[in-house]
Design a protein around this ligand. Structure first.
Ligand code: PAF
Length: 287
């Protein structure tokens, strides 16, 4: 099998990007934490439409995990990831070490304020500070023209967009739809934590979103009633524990009382050891 060009050192990555840019190439970055699945591969396939060379970064970022979270046990399988990326013919893998990204004495972090606060931000203090910091570092190191992210992590994309606008970053953000298993469960590296019964239980997120969507299609506009239906749907599943279900405006992520236009419904539930998130944009029916 053909080898995948791989860079670990930051100066080498910057030199590679500098050369590519001087040659007039458009660099597309797909940032990941590894343990790749079809969801990541769909981002890699989308990336081909937006530039000349595709760089995939694999870096499990300790700064976005709280001490109580699963950084140490987060699944990793670099050999398998490399095989998948070779099949996708990506141009380069960038997989820096933690010591290079956060060397001793490191003390600079990016805080994207309001949009980081609700939803996952309310339950994972410091998470989006870690995400924004590493994504800005990756942008500075890889210097992509375009970066591709998945909509499953809806709030993450909004945080990155806000950072891009606020800090005048010259990078285009491309979003891709969530990729699902055959039964509708959103793909996630953390699905691997689920046993067979839990895997079945994980479907409740998708069915709760579907129930909310049906309510809105039927003319319901009160966020409280839609939320109640979601809570009820998830509480019917004994293996699931709801963390949040909220309806927000899709850009600033402020809670809404009424669904009067496109509205984000974001849901998070624990099933066993897996913290699962999913979301849907609810659209009011046309006249
Ligand atoms: O979505 C992820 O995998 C991570 O949050 C990201 C964007 C690679 C930053 O570590």
């Amino acid at each position: 099998m053909q080898a995948l060009p791989n860079i670990r050192a930051i100066p080498e990555m910057q030199a590679w990007s500098g050369r590519a840019r001087r040659e007039g190439k458009r660099i597309v970055l797909v940032p990941t934490m590894g343990y790749l699945h079809e969801g990541h591969l769909s981002l890699v396939r989308e990336a081909v439409k937006h530039g000349d060379c595709r760089v995939v970064s694999i870096f499990a970022n300790p700064a976005q995990f709280a001490p109580s979270e699963d950084f140490d046990s987060y699944p990793r399988d670099l050999e398998r990831d490399v095989r998948l990326l070779v099949e996708e013919r990506v141009d380069l893998l960038f997989n820096p070490s933690v010591e290079d990204i956060y060397p001793p004495g490191y003390q600079t972090y990016v805080e994207v304020e309001e949009v980081s606060r609700p939803l996952c931000g309310a339950h994972r203090p410091g998470h989006f500070r870690g995400v924004a910091t590493v994504v800005l570092k990756l942008f500075n190191i890889v210097r992509p023209h375009v970066a591709v992210f998945g909509r499953k992590d809806y709030q993450q994309v909004q945080v990155i967009r806000r950072m891009r606008d606020d800090l005048n970053l010259e990078v285009e953000i491309v979003e891709c739809d969530t990729v699902r298993e055959d039964d509708g469960v959103a793909m996630s590296s953390r699905n691997r934590y689920l046993g067979p019964a839990e895997r079945e239980a994980a479907r409740c997120l998708q069915s709760a979103l579907g129930r909310a969507e049906a309510l809105v299609r039927g003319g319901e506009t009160a966020a409280a009633r839609i939320r109640e239906a979601v809570v009820e749907e998830i509480s019917r599943q004994p293996l699931a524990r709801l963390e949040y279900a909220d309806l927000c405006d899709p850009r600033e992520l402020r809670l809404v009382d009424e669904v009067t236009g496109p509205t984000l419904l974001a849901v998070c539930a624990w099933v066993g050891k897996a913290r699962l998130i999913d979301n849907r944009i609810l659209a009011v029916p046309g006249p």
